[in-house]
Structure formats: C-alpha cells, structure tokens
Design a protein around this ligand. Structure first.
Ligand SMILES: *Cc1c(COP(=O)(O)O)cnc(C)c1O
Length: 394
C-alpha cells in the first residue's frame, strides 16, 4: 500500500493544537452593530472593524438591496468582460474625489488590491522595504512580486534610511510599503518622514489605509489627509470592508498609475468584479462618512474616553498590564503571557464583552485588542471599563 499522501495534514493539525495555535470561527446571529448576538448571548462588540457603525445602517442596506434588484446578485464576470457596471465607475470616482487623486481602481478585496498592485509595481530587479509589522497582504504581495524584500524596524524612519542607504543603489526600482494604522497595535507610521526619505532616495511609497479610511483627516479620507500630504501623496490603498462597511479594496493615485494597474494587476484582471450589492453599499458608506463628520467625532470621543479611563484603571493596581501606545480606534491591553490573555478573554466573554485575545505568533506579545465604534453608547463603554477593572485586580 502506498502511503496516504494526505496523512501529513493530520499531523500538522495535531502540532497546531499542541502549540495552542488552533483557531475556530464563531457565528454572530444578529445584524452588525455595537451589540451582537454571539453563541446565544448578547455581547457588546469591541471586536469589529465597523468603526463608523455603517454595516448595519439602513441606508447602506437599502443601497445594497436596490443594486441587487437592479443588477442581480453577482457581477457575472471579470471587470474587463461582463463584470463592469456604471456603479463600479461611480465608486472609483467617489474614492478618487475623496482622496483627491486623479483616479482609483476597485479590487474585489483589500488583500487582492495589495497582491495585485505590489506585483504590478515591482519585479525581481527591484527592492521592497517594508515595516516589520506590515499586514499579511503587504508581505505576500511583496513575495508574489519576486522583488528583493527587506524589513525595517517598526515605525523607525532612521532604520528605513539605513536600509535605503544600504540597498537602494543595488536595484532598479524601490517600493516602500507600510500600514498607515497598524492593525494589531493601533499606532501610526511616521508617514511625513517616510515621504521625505522616499523623495531623497527616489523610492515609490504605497501606504495601506485599511484602518485609517473613514477615520483620519477632516473629511475622513485617511492619514494622507491627516498629515497634509495630499499635494505629493504616496500610492494609497485601502479596503471597503472596515469603516466603509462593505467588501472590496482600492488603490488611488495618478490616472496613469490606475490605467497601468488595470492592464497589469492580475488579481484585478483575472477575478470577478465586485458584486452590485457590495459596490452600492460602499458608495453609500463613502457619502455618509463624508456628510456626517459627527460620526467621526463620536468615534474619537469614545477613543479618548476609553484610553484615559483604562490608563487610570490599570496603572495603580497592576504593573503587569500596559495599554500599548495607540493613535486610532485599535486599543491593546498588553498582558504578560498567552495564558493570562486567554483567561482575560474568558472573563470578558462572561461579562458580555466581545474582544479579541491576540497571542503569538500573530503578534510578538499577548494582548486583549479592543476596537472602538462611533456607535458605542456610554453604557457600552462603562461595561468595558468595569470588566477591565475586574481583570486588572486579579
Ligand atoms: C483588513 C486589512 C487588509 C485586507 O483587506 P480586506 O478587504 O479585508 O481583504 C489589508 N491591509 C490591512 C492593514 C488590513 O487591516
């Protein structure tokens, strides 16, 4: 009998279990919002990326329903064949206007936007420099491109400069890749410094605005607006799936860049266009995000309150807990080890709080990760603070 060629999978799974790395899905049984029903229990939601609370908004839902009735459920093909509707172009135009760029292109997810754009912009004659904490889609985009890849220390412009000095001249093109808001820590990249260095060393920059779009800048367009870099912007990518409450990703930039991507990004050319429902929901979410700055204000109000109060709660009672520095709706309470973070996650769940217990290897240090929403009410914040207090006093 020849050996079962799939037997290795059983062994690999056993190893995953032994290392405590096994993950499982958990079903939410209600509409998106600050309170959800999870495994038969109502939970206050501090785990979602729906920062502005638009995924359950009646207007985004109505837009998705109307588009489905008009066009059907699927886009039925790739954008260059049968998958293109006027809706897609409207969405791309709305993104470009918001970002103050000449044009934009919408991919079927943010992950695909990064894979496609990075691979189109660089190849094995080029070098990519990326922050060590970059999102998986940036890392894999860099791999797919075949370019030489080097990482620099997290948010460290001085180290980036050293790497540019060391490697830039050995390669044809150089692309610097960074998250603008880091998804597992919530801090910001030093974008103005990165742009200065890029100019000095003739490097392209692509910034991943997944957790910044809808949240940073006066109009909510992201950190490029926040740092007033719109006159000489980096290539801006982002997702429609977080504050914009839908599904899909985008790249915004010059008309030539976008036209080039339409011709050279395989993850755009050879995949099915965004569904009419997703496209219409994102378009509506952008309109709301722009027209209702009070949502952003409510979000920042909540972020500031939670940050201040958690700091007040933990510092006098528990030196082993630490709120990691954050400039965003992503707040992380660092804990000494994986065991205590799992236990704390359980305590939260028992108290009706849904938050992520994040452990190595996803992140270097174990932590509870809370994401704040514009639609969290005072009573939701109070419940979280009471739960943190109980964890801190254990
Ligand atoms: C979520 C995320 C993505 C991927 O976006 P999707 O639209 O969910 O595929 C890319 N980059 C960062 C930093 C993210 O957090």
């Amino acid at each position: 009998m020849p050996e079962n060629p799939y037997a290795w999978i059983d062994k690999a799974l056993t190893t995953i279990h032994k290392a405590n790395w096994h993950r499982q899905v958990r079903a939410i049984a209600s509409k998106a919002g600050p309170v959800v029903e999870l495994e038969g229990r109502s939970q206050i939601n501090f785990a979602s990326n729906d920062y502005l609370g638009l995924a359950g908004d009646e207007r985004t839902i109505a837009a998705a329903v109307a588009a489905t009735q008009q066009y059907g459920t699927g886009s039925t093909g790739s954008r260059l064949l049968t998958g293109h509707r006027h809706l897609h172009r409207q969405l791309e135009t709305a993104i470009a206007q918001w970002k103050q760029t000449e044009d934009a292109i919408v991919f079927s997810s943010g992950y695909l936007a990064n894979l496609g754009a990075i691979a189109a912009l660089t190849n094995p004659r080029d070098v990519i420099l990326g922050d060590e904490y970059n999102h998986s889609s940036l890392l894999n985009g860099a791999k797919v491109s075949g370019a030489a890849v080097y990482t620099y220390s997290h948010a460290d412009a001085a180290d980036l400069q050293e790497k540019l000095q060391q490697y830039r001249c050995q390669y044809r093109r150089c692309l610097i890749l960074t998250d603008s808001v880091f998804s597992m820590d919530g801090d910001l990249c030093p974008l103005p410094e990165i742009m200065d260095l890029a100019h000095k060393y003739s490097a392209m920059v692509m910034v991943d605005e997944a957790h910044a779009t809808g949240i940073f800048g006066n109009s909510g367009s992201g950190t490029v607006e926040h740092f007033a870099l719109s006159d000489h912007p980096p290539i801006q990518m982002g997702t429609l799936s977080k504050a914009l409450a839908s599904l899909g990703g985008y790249v915004a930039g010059s008309a030539n860049l976008i036209d080039f991507l339409r011709n050279r990004a395989p993850s755009w050319i050879y995949t099915t266009g965004l569904s009419p429902a997703d496209t219409a929901a994102a378009l509506e979410a952008i309109a709301i995000a722009r027209n209702e700055p009070q949502r952003r204000e409510a979000l920042w109000h909540n972020i500031r309150q939670i940050t201040k109060k958690i700091t007040e709660i933990i510092s006098p009672v528990n030196a082993r807990l630490k709120l990691l520095p954050s400039d965003s709706p992503i707040l992380c309470l660092q804990m000494p080890d994986a065991q205590s973070v799992v236990a704390a996650g359980k305590t939260l769940q028992e108290r009706g709080i849904f938050a992520a217990a994040v452990r190595p290897p996803t992140v270097p240090t174990s932590r509870l990760r809370f994401t704040v929403m514009a639609t969290h009410q005072q009573q939701h914040l109070d419940s979280l603070l009471a739960a943190v207090k109980s964890i801190a006093s254990h």
